[in-house]
Design a protein. Sequence first.
Length: 367
Amino acid sequence: MTAVYLRRAQLCSALGEDLDSACASLIAGRRPQPEWFELHEFGQRRPWLPACGPALELLPRLQRLLDASLDGPAHDCLLLIASTTLDIASLEGQVREGAALQPDLATPLDWLAQRLREERGFAAACTLNTACTSAANALLYAARLLERGRYRRALLLAFETPSQVALQGFGVLDLTSPSAAYRPFHPERDGLLLGEAYASVLLDREPGERPLARLLGGYSACDTSNLTTTREDGSHIERVMRAALADAGCAAEDLDLVKLHGTATAANDRAEANGMRLTFGAAMPPLQALKPYLGHTLGACGLSETLLLAAALRRGALPACPYADAALLPLPAQPQALAAGSLLLANYFGFGGNNASLVLQGVDACA
């Protein structure tokens, strides 16, 4: 794949109101403090990680992201929106205030994309909803279209606002951590924490202003062996990672770091650990897991974690894992200092067996 640049990146998450503050918190090893909700089915309290800053309605948030990431007219630019929870949280709020549950209360994602397209004059708009890989697939889809000359630029919006449907649903499936100890690949891990995030980035074939990273290639595929999860032997994950490296023209030994998906759920961690061993064997590259800092931002994680990782490379050492000695994979026992131009593999392995890997290279802040 012809490389494209990621630039004018924005992120609002549990780690900070913007990308700079999130990077500072990550490098300092500061994890966000969770809020708690009542899991009705079990009569238990469960944690989740809301985004920092003032609460805003969804449309104003997205418009603010567009203002920050778009430079100039949008007539040559494709708009993509990636999410899984869509506007469910907003709909729940209207019902709590007494509105009757009716179809016309909802704001379909396609309608939202079309409205923003008409307001800003985008060349076209599309939406992606492929569970945890939504934003990762959107990055790949946009890059392919730019490579073919369909558009000169693409702007990706990714968001996740955990709703009661999501919080209660993940809780009833016993996938959320009752302890709030988010510990991917720990032998005694007890689940994930859902996280809220809003992110945007401009993709361009030219570096332009404020380039953050280059997307060199990637691969996405569906594992149809199971309705909800991927093969726990790691074979499908291995296939996706190897195909992503081949697409980028890279070898496994070229990698400076692998960003793990690392949900801290039993089946997903097991599958990813097996896939890593099949792909790299004893020559495991340095590893990093970011969900303990952002929460699992579901459909937005393919962008929120990618931006945080690429931006943090410029700022200092990535944090050590406090349980490295016990982890099922060789997570870092010491802070990881990497060059800004490091070669990265970012993994996103989704509910329903849709798996995606991205190959990126950081860009120096002076570029």
